[in-house]
Design a protein around this ligand. Sequence first.
Ligand SMILES: Cc1cc2nc3c(=O)[nH]c(=O)nc-3n(C[C@H](O)[C@H](O)[C@H](O)COP(=O)(O)OP(=O)(O)OC[C@H]3O[C@@H](n4cnc5c(N)ncnc54)[C@H](O)[C@@H]3O)c2cc1C
Length: 505
Amino acid sequence: MTRTVTGRTDHVVVVGAGLAGLSAALHLLGAGRRVTVVERDPLPGGRAGRRELGGYRLDTGPTVLTMPDLADEAFAAVGERLRDHVELLPLHPAYRACFADGTALDVHTDADAMETEVERFAGAGEAAGYRRLRDWLGRLYAVQMRRFIDANFDSPLGLLTPDLARLAALGGFGRLDTRIGRFLTDERLKRVFSFQALYAGVAPSRALAAYAVIAYMDTVAGVYFPRGGVHALPRAMAAAAAGAGADLRLGRAVTRLERSGNRVTAVVTDHERIPCDAVVLTPDLPVVHRLLGRRPRRPLALRHAPSAVVLHAGTTRTWPHLAHHTLSFGAAWRRTFDELTRTGTLMTDPSLLITRPTAHDPSLAPEGRHLHYVLAPCPNTDIGPGARAWSDLAPRYRDRLLATLERRGLTGIAAAVEEECLVTPADWTAQGHAAGTPFSVAHTFAQTGPFRPRNLVRGTDNAVLAGCGTTPGVGVPTVLVSGKLAAARITGTPRRPRAARGGRR
Ligand SMILES: Cc1cc2nc3c(=O)[nH]c(=O)nc-3n(C[C@H](O)[C@H](O)[C@H](O)COP(=O)(O)OP(=O)(O)OC[C@H]3O[C@@H](n4cnc5c(N)ncnc54)[C@H](O)[C@@H]3O)c2cc1C
């Protein structure tokens, strides 16, 4: 049994209606708590937000949705089912990977289909390697999920379980790229199973092999698209929370916390004072530390993940070689990660994620139009251009991106754009994200598991953190887990989910 907050916990205020806050709210409601959710934006979703642009409906954040079961768990806590709220389409292929040499590979989550595709792409030897890799990814996931991801830790000693030995035996503490190289020799294929390190904010050559668990989530467990866009998920979670009795207060920024001794007694917004028995804090760490009036001491300053530029382009045409998600790799690889994580320069030979949500939901664009979301990783503002520099850089970078896309087969894209919006580290900074990155604290070894900022707050008896800055970390699946773990810190051991309405579960 891990530690919990002390004292009364009847009424919990959750600050932030992002995915972590909404997950915490649903799990708390399921455990019988009264819950108030306070969100500064007019919409729920946080980073998984929505923007309307000339008849186009944009997802502002995540586009690669994996592990929907974790969202379902949050719905189940209040007796609901995800599938009754959101239509999830499994994506086949999960990604299309396009390489600088003109070759392309479809990443299938079905084992046989992927083996056939790998064989076509790189021969029978690599196909056999893929089978072994897939098996390893499955075992890695099984060991990590229950013990290291979906678990609260009170100290690093909590790691000392037989699963730690299992993880070590699986090579989880080696380097990601070396481990992937034990299964595959084709450089292009290796990229397909190691680029996910960037989601954790680290280069594959420096990431723990344990982070291959992300490759399990997208290449094995599968990628889904919610009809209506990824924002449909937080919207549905907010509706389920409201349906289960949560008081959702949108458009209210929390300005301070009232305290009495070691307890937070009320959450104060720009509109009102809300008394509480306990509080869950989900904004970025600097905001949380300001609200708590203290910043925990750490031997080393926190290192932030790289950031991203996102170009949203509403276009009059699309390109047949694009799948729903297309990974457009440059020829450079190590140099690209060096630029993003060490030298702080913009990618000279970019690797890009191009998402075309209108491939599965044309209603996200006006009739006959298409939406393209181009994500270009870039250095964060700690090591790269600062927020001010981005105001000058942005138009030139936009032109560079379009020129790259044009060269990579999106012929005529510049002329086809009728609505657009470029989001840069300057915008992430304006939203209050430290180091100009929406990807929070990087998952270096020193910032992983029990070494990541903890969800229990020292010196405050009834405050818990959730969200990407705390455990287990960044990404939709992990922040959904973080909300559940935060709720468990308040209610004790997680309860079994309630039966879904009508006894369907
Ligand atoms: C461009 C982009 C692409 C991404 N792509 C993917 C992807 O494909 N797949 C994936 O799994 N993950 C992806 N991610 C990461 C994922 O979206 C995030 O890790 C996750 O959504 C973070 O959720 P959160 O609840 O921790 O934080 P948030 O969503 O930021 O929630 C925190 C909430 O707190 C609110 N808040 C802040 N301050 C206050 C205050 N003072 N008072 C009241 N409310 C406040 C904020 O408005 C916000 O709603 C992406 C993120 C971005 C930005």
